[in-house]
Design a binder for this molecule. Structure first.
Ligand code: AHR
Length: 325
């Protein structure tokens, strides 16, 4: 019986020229489903890995991916979405660089009857019907995890007061807003902690360097106890600057980072970073599963968050599960 089913499926694939999709009940002609994807930029290793994840998942599902990269500019993302609408794509996926000012273009997509999936970042809107689903991290929970690590570390060190500097991500982006809010909600009421400065490094390694240079010049290494940086790219830039200035990151200044890229995980294992709150870029599979659901007229979940971990100097860092992307 099983043999017959397999043979029948194989014949269907050969005769129909159909793509092999992870969901066997529907076979799509390769390339017949078109996904318009506006990626926000190429600012970090996270973003590169995220783009690769979207490309390979679309390929696995047999979807044609019409991808445009907005190079960190909202106006280019809006232009791309308009071009996807004009091309009558089946589904639009985009990662909004900031949360505000999407309603007009999303109303145009809605009027054209094209569903929109938000990938990675959220938008601020009063009309929830302007998007169908969101797939991405719970950034607020990530911020809380960073704060919880710091509380535990301060307890372990018996620290009575710690001065914190924050290098945040792109102003008004979801990860910037929520990683800050989550962190502050955990440490804010604790008199042992003072955030002495918060500046934006736009998720870029080069700006992480600039921010750390500025922070060291203003506060001196002795005036800073903790760096909380919203992504690994900026953290790695900050580590370079600290080390050039003779400061030992991880020892003289505690370093808390977010993402989990391979170079940062190596730095964690070397003791140059104390904690990495994981944020996975591998969202492509979940996004394309939702596209498949929409194609099949199935109802799909409104919000999907990946499961994420925390790696820190409290863990056994020789464990093979502690690895980067
Ligand atoms: O939106 C996710 C964030 O964007 C990642 O943490 C960061 O590395 C990226 O640029």
């Amino acid at each position: 019986m099983r043999k017959i089913v397999c043979l029948t499926l194989a014949l269907l694939v050969i005769l129909g020229g159909c793509a092999k999709t992870p969901e066997t009940e529907t076979q799509v002609q390769p390339g017949s489903v078109v996904v318009g994807f506006s990626q926000l930029g190429a600012e970090s290793s996270w973003r590169m890995a995220n783009t690769a994840s979207m490309e390979s998942a679309a390929k696995n599902y047999g979807f044609a991916l019409m991808m445009e990269n907005a190079n960190q500019k909202q106006e280019l993302q809006i232009r791309s979405i308009r071009s996807f609408i004009a091309s009558r794509v089946d589904v639009i996926v985009f990662s909004p660089i900031v949360e505000t000012n999407w309603d007009n273009v999303l109303r145009e997509a809605k009027q054209a009857g094209i569903p929109v999936i938000l990938m990675d970042r959220m938008i601020e809107t009063t009309d929830d019907s302007l998007f169908t689903a969101y797939v991405g991290a719970d950034f607020y929970a990530e911020g809380r995890r960073a704060g919880e690590y710091l509380v535990r570390k301060a307890d372990a060190l018996g620290a009575d007061h710690l001065n914190i500097v924050e290098i945040s991500g792109t102003i008004d982006s979801t990860p910037m807003r929520d990683r800050q809010r989550g962190f502050m909600d955990v440490i804010g009421g604790d008199p042992r902690f003072t955030v002495i400065e918060s500046i934006s490094g736009d998720f870029l390694r080069s700006k992480g360097e600039e921010c750390m240079t500025d922070l060291l010049a203003r506060f001196g290494a002795d005036g800073i106890d903790v760096l909380y940086s919203h992504n690994d790219s900026m953290t790695l830039g900050a580590l370079d600057v600290m080390e050039k200035a003779g400061v030992r990151p991880g020892r003289d200044i505690l370093v808390i980072s977010v993402d989990g890229e391979a170079e940062a995980v190596r730095a964690l294992k070397d003791g140059r970073i104390n904690c990495i709150v994981q944020c996975t870029p591998a969202l492509g599979g979940s996004v394309m599963a939702l596209v498949q659901g929409l194609v099949n007229n199935r109802s799909i979940p409104r919000v999907s968050h990946p499961v994420e971990a925390v790696f820190s100097d409290f863990d056994d860092l020789t464990d093979p599960s502690v690895e980067g992307f």
